[in-house]
Design a protein around this ligand. Structure first.
Ligand code: F6P
Length: 547
């Protein structure tokens, strides 16, 4: 099956959208003109209610966006994605994170072989291992139960497990799970400071097992453990997750303590694989499997729902609309739950490492904007930080508001206040406040004349700021799995339409290569060949280092 390589600007829909972009109305006008707008631009699916009516679209724009997806070959691309074709063509690999959460009876083939039985074998290993650590039957080298787990990994081998572990903290057991990612030795020492070698389990996660940060951190952690407990303790205290079995062996981790993963899983999409071992340890295997179940339900929705009612398709097309036609540079993700405080950071890797590309699938530079900058912080904290710019700044920032109808601790008073803010913000961003309203408000406060007029322009909100509201019943492993899978498929659809390869990440290589060159030069008297700015900085650094 071939993966489409269509330049989107050559489609009829692209041309229509360019014209439609010039004739948009404000959100306030769209709502005033159509009573059914809210229902028309909403999707109810399982525990999700997605209201995208506060976006700069009307029926014609939505139809043209769906036309663009069709003309870009989305249907064929989706079949290739779920079917295990090598759609990551620059690395010659399939992209099958969906197989990691497939039903046991699914048949998903990579080079003719059904991968699902192997997925379930690894899942069984995760279940048995995490259960034994949680119930204390698996002992440390001193015969004690483990109290702490340290996940050592970076990028996809850190962000997914870290984000989910935080997000599902409510479901956590007694194990304290820590994350060591940065090669910054201060980060390493701060984590080690918190744990006791005798009762700490290290999970070294690296798809390639060649990543400088992870190997350095694992080596330091191993030395710290050996200094405290002796060489023999390593076998009991270290397990690894990787595709690179030889390198793990060289590191000294025994083969029975290795959790394999496959090269058809990209790092940033790997939390569903053995990379999620720390998640299973933190919340137990049942909750981990419920997370996978939720993702699988979203996979089925994405694979089968018609485009008009397909959540990832609609959200992706909105992003394409804002990015490629309306000039938006970024997109905010504002979860109204503190549990999801790492979601924006996790999505930054997922979205920006995937779609931060400027060469299309034909190897040509693109002539349109792709990718987008994603950022955010939980509400209501973010309201007291950057919302000023969203309300009255000069930038177009489409935002996702993610909220939950029921809180977990059932503190209704707090939850009502939180959710009142959740709804109020999207309404305020859309409606704004007119000059007339400002004048009325100020005169009700007793102001008049010049004093009143002077303040009016500063107190006006133009409104017309786009938001999409994702209202979900409750934050559970299942709904979280569906939410994360929703973003994964959104990334896929955007990449298909933009005609870029979403599943490689060559852009992170150059900096890594130069870092190893510079590292080797630190001990030399003179640095190698660098630009004058870098050379000056290196000289200054070496001088300060010695002082
Ligand atoms: O930053 C590049 C990258 O390759 C990511 O895609 C990946 O998640 C991360 O490095 C870590 O890689 P590994 O799991 O192989 O250590």
């Amino acid at each position: 099956m071939s993966f489409p390589k269509i330049n989107p600007t050559t489609t009829n829909s692209w041309k229509s959208l360019t014209e439609l972009a010039a004739h948009r109305k404000t959100l306030q006008t769209y709502f005033a003109e159509d009573d059914s707008r809210a229902e028309q631009f909403s999707i109810a699916w399982e525990q999700f209610f997605v209201d995208y009516s506060k976006n700069h679209i009307d029926k014609n724009i939505k139809d043209a966006l769906i036309g663009l997806a069709k003309e870009s070959g989305l249907e064929a691309a989706r079949k290739a994605y779920f079917g295990g074709d090598s759609i990551n063509q620059t690395e010659g690999r399939a992209v099958l994170h969906t197989a990691l959460r497939a039903k046991a009876n699914a048949d998903i083939r990579v080079e003719g072989e059904n991968v699902v039985p192997e997925v379930y074998k690894v899942r069984e290993k995760i279940r048995a291992f995490s259960q034994s650590v949680i119930d204390g039957s698996r002992k440390s080298s001193s015969g004690e139960a483990f109290t702490d787990v340290v996940n050592i990994g970076i990028g996809g081998s850190d962000l997914g497990p870290a984000m989910i572990t935080e997000a599902l903290a409510y479901y956590k057991n007694h194990l304290n799970v820590h994350f060591m990612s940065n090669v910054d030795g201060d980060h390493v020492m701060e984590v080690l400071k918190k744990v006791n070698p005798a009762t700490t389990l290290f999970v070294v996660v690296s798809k390639t097992f060649t990543t400088q940060e992870t190997l350095s951190n694992a080596t330091t952690a191993k030395k710290w453990l050996v200094d405290a407990l002796g060489e023999d303790a390593v076998g009991d205290h270290f397990v690894a997750v990787s595709t690179n079995i030889t390198a793990i062996d060289a590191f000294g981790i025994q083969s029975e303590n290795v959790f394999p993963m496959n090269d058809w899983v990209g790092g940033r999409f790997s939390l569903w694989s053995a990379v999620g071992l720390s998640i299973a340890l933190a919340i137990g295997p049942n909750h981990f499997e419920a997370l996978l179940e939720g993702a699988n339900a979203m996979d089925a929705h994405f694979e089968t729902a018609k485009m008009e009612e397909n959540i990832p398709v609609i959200l992706a097309l909105l992003t394409v609309w804002y990015t490629s036609f309306l000039g938006a540079q970024s997109e905010a993700v504002i979860p109204y739950t503190q549990y999801l405080h790492r979601l924006p950071a996790y999505l930054q890797q997922g979205i920006m490492e995937s779609n931060g590309k400027s060469v299309d699938r034909n190897g040509k530079s693109v002539s349109y904007q792709t990718g987008n900058i994603v950022w955010g912080e939980p509400g209501t904290n973010s309201q007291h930080a950057f919302f000023q710019l969203m309300h009255q700044g000069t930038k177009l920032i489409p935002a996702h508001f993610i909220g939950f109808a029921k809180s977990l601790h059932r503190n209704q008073d707090h939850h009502d206040k939180l959710m009142a803010n959740f709804f109020a913000q999207t309404e305020a961003l859309m409606n704004g406040k007119t000059e007339t309203q400002v004048r009325e408000e100020l005169s009700a406060k007793g102001l008049s004349g010049d004093a009143l007029e002077h303040l009016v322009p500063f107190k006006v909100f133009t409104g017309n700021k786009p938001t999409t509201t994702l209202l979900i019943e409750q934050l559970t492993p299942k709904t979280l799995g569906a939410l994360v899978a929703m973003y994964e498929h959104k990334i896929f659809v955007e990449g298909v339409v933009w005609n870029i390869f979403s599943y490689d990440q060559w852009g992170v290589e150059l900096g890594k290569q130069l870092a190893s060159v510079i590292l080797d030069e630190f001990d030399l008297e003179n640095s190698g060949n660098h630009d004058p700015s870098t050379a000056q900085l290196l000289r200054h650094f070496k001088k300060l280092k010695k002082s």
